[in-house]
Design a protein around this ligand. Structure first.
Ligand SMILES: *Cc1c(COP(=O)(O)O)cnc(C)c1O
Length: 356
């Protein structure tokens, strides 16, 4: 794929934000990637251009019927100054699975990775180098065809934007307090829970706002049919260490297949830890917490990598996990995965791709 490059003059580039104070998703880089889709031309016109507004007709399908999907991954600068991506092909595959589910056009995996690499290369000065910082990459597809009617759109925009993000744990791990909701659900089997599609996040806001008002960091979701089985925590996958077995809910159709989730399973198995993907009920989790068998609980996702859970609140009762402290396994997984991402540790699975 030949990507046209419409670059800003050197003198017009934005000043870089302070690496000590990046936050998440606040600053955007100088350029973005954009490509269009039409029924007769397919994906066409790939270009890297100055970051800026899209022209979107008020009747664009995405604004009314929500055909929108996205991905999230990061570029990491190592001590050797090389820029690394973590398993980008998995993001390409998942974008295509989301596209399929939402009746949107799929995309060639190699072109997806090429677009990311060329854009990150253009924006290399934006990849921060302070420990724990990275350049967050947000590829997304929206339906741009102006048409009011419920059928798949015939025109789309694929774009990639970049935002430098701060260290998630600049002051070390801080285990979170989780509210288990049996009032709201995130997704039902047969629905779109396994697609990274915009509406899932709109649908989750009410529950997480309620939880925050009560002083909790995030919501733990239960299955829609019975409100019995654990699904995810906020926008992360969830793991439990019960006795010496690591347990995570199986990918049942309503759970987002996280790349961090898959990486945690691969590492645990490599280390000889028994790791099970199976249905796990909230009762089993809380009983194991009460009997002292629940040694650890943590969420997994690209943004935080590992997010230790310090307590679970369910039906008016609080259950502490590991004395509210970060567990050994959570710490080991965090150190190993970030070590691979920043090039400080060996990459036995070939997860890293370089931007050069
Ligand atoms: C993106 C996401 C995850 C985590 O996926 P990663 O690939 O590990 O970043 C988990 N759950 C939801 C709902 C998500 O949107």
């Amino acid at each position: 794929m030949e990507i046209e490059k419409l670059l800003k003059d050197k003198g017009n580039l934005k000043p870089l934000p302070d690496e000590n104070n990046l936050g998440f998703g606040i600053h955007f880089t100088d350029h973005m990637f954009k490509m269009d889709y039409s029924e007769d031309q397919g994906w066409h016109g790939p270009r890297i251009m100055p970051y800026g507004d899209f022209h979107l007709d008020p009747a664009a399908v995405v604004l009314h019927y929500g055909q929108a999907i996205f991905e999230g991954l990061k570029a990491y600068k190592g001590r050797d100054q090389k820029i690394r991506l973590f398993r980008p092909r998995e993001n390409a595959k998942r974008l295509n699975r989301s596209a399929w589910r939402m009746c949107m056009p799929e995309m060639d995996e190699d072109k997806f990775i090429q677009a990311i690499k060329e854009l990150v290369k253009v924006e290399a000065r934006w990849v921060p180098s302070l420990k724990g910082t990275s350049l967050y990459i947000r590829p997304f597809i929206i339906a741009s065809e102006p048409f009011l009617g419920v059928r798949p759109a015939k025109e789309y925009i694929f774009s990639i934007i970049l935002t430098p993000v701060g260290a998630y744990y600049s002051e070390g791990f801080n285990p979170v307090k989780i509210f288990v909701t049996d009032k709201f659900v995130r997704a039902a089997k047969g629905g779109v829970g396994e697609a990274k599609t915009a509406g899932n996040y709109a649908a989750s806001l009410m529950a997480s706002e309620e939880a925050k008002k009560l002083g909790f960091t995030q919501v733990l979701w239960l299955d829609a049919a019975q409100r019995k089985y654990v699904e995810e925590v906020g926008t992360m996958n969830i793991f439990f260490l019960i006795d010496d077995t690591l347990v995570t809910p199986a990918l049942s159709g309503s759970i987002l297949p996280g790349i961090t989730r898959d990486s945690v399973l691969a590492l645990a198995r490599k280390w000889g830890i028994r790791a099970e993907e199976r249905p796990i009920s909230i009762d089993e989790v809380l009983e194991s917490a009460e009997s002292g068998r629940l040694k650890e609980c943590f969420g997994t996702g690209t943004a935080a990598v590992i997010s230790p859970v310090g307590s679970l609140y369910y039906k008016g009762k609080s259950f502490e996990v590991n004395g509210g402290k970060t567990g050994e396994l959570a710490q080991r997984l965090f150190d190993e995965i970030t070590g691979i991402q920043y090039g400080d540790r060996e990459d036995p699975f070939g997860w890293i791709e370089f931007v050069e």
